[in-house]
Design a protein around this ligand. Structure first.
Ligand code: GNR
Ligand code: NI
Length: 172
C-alpha cells in the first residue's frame, strides 16, 4: 500500500472541481486505489476520502466511521448513487481534508438510501443516518466537484479558501 498526497484548495482547486467518472469494473487496479486511499485517510487522519482528493477522477470513496477505541471498520463505495433523500434536513459541523482546519455547519438531508458497489463489486443498497448520512453526502459531493464550503455563503467560502492559502504560506 502507498500513501498518496491529499489535494487542497490552496493549490489544487481546479482538480477538486472536476467531476469524476464512473468505474467500469471493480478490478484489482480499483482495489489498489481503494487500499491506498484508506491508508492515506487513516494517516491524515480522516473519516472519509474521495478519489479526486488524491487526484484520481473516479467515482470511488473510502470511509471508516468507527470510534477511536473500536476496531477499524473500513467501507468502500464504487459508483455510489442516492436513491432517496429525506425531506427532513439536519445541520452538522463538517470539515474536509482538502480544506484543512476549516469547520462549519452544513444542512443536508438527515436520511438517505444509497446503492453502490463494494470492495468486491457486489451491489449493495442500504440506508444511512447521522454521521454516515453526512459523510456519504460529503463524499458524493466530491465526486461532482462540490466541496462543503460550496454550501456556505460566498463570504464564508472565500474566507475559508483565503485562510487555507495563508496557512499554507506560513507552513512553507
Ligand atoms: O475527516 C473528515 N471528517 C468529516 C467530518 C464531518 C463531515 C464530513 C467529514 S469528511 C472528512 C474527510 C474528507 O474531507 N472527506 O472528503
Ligand atoms: Ni472532504
Amino acid at each position: 500500500m502507498s500513501l498518496r498526497r491529499i489535494l487542497t484548495v490552496d493549490t489544487d482547486m481546479a482538480v477538486l472541481k472536476q467531476k469524476s467518472a464512473p468505474v467500469a469494473e471493480v478490478d484489482d487496479a480499483v482495489r489498489v486505489l481503494m487500499d491506498d486511499m484508506l491508508e492515506t485517510m487513516y494517516a491524515a487522519p480522516g473519516i472519509g476520502l474521495a478519489a479526486i482528493q488524491v487526484g484520481v477522477p473516479k467515482r470511488v470513496i473510502v470511509m471508516d466511521l468507527a470510534p477511536k477505541d473500536e476496531p477499524p471498520a473500513p467501507r468502500y463505495f464504487v459508483n455510489p448513487e442516492i436513491l432517496w433523500a429525506s425531506e427532513e434536513t439536519k445541520p452538522w459541523e463538517e470539515g474536509c481534508l482538502s480544506v484543512p482546519d476549516i469547520y462549519d455547519d452544513v444542512e443536508r438531508p438527515a436520511h438517505v438510501r444509497l446503492r453502490y458497489l463494494d470492495y468486491h463489486g457486489k451491489l449493495i443498497e442500504e440506508d444511512a443516518d447521522d454521521l454516515y448520512a453526512v459523510c456519504i453526502q460529503h463524499e458524493m459531493d466530491h465526486l461532482n466537484g462540490v466541496l462543503f464550503i460550496d454550501h456556505l455563503s460566498r463570504l464564508k467560502r472565500d474566507r475559508a479558501v483565503k485562510q487555507v492559502k495563508k496557512a499554507a504560506k506560513a507552513d512553507a
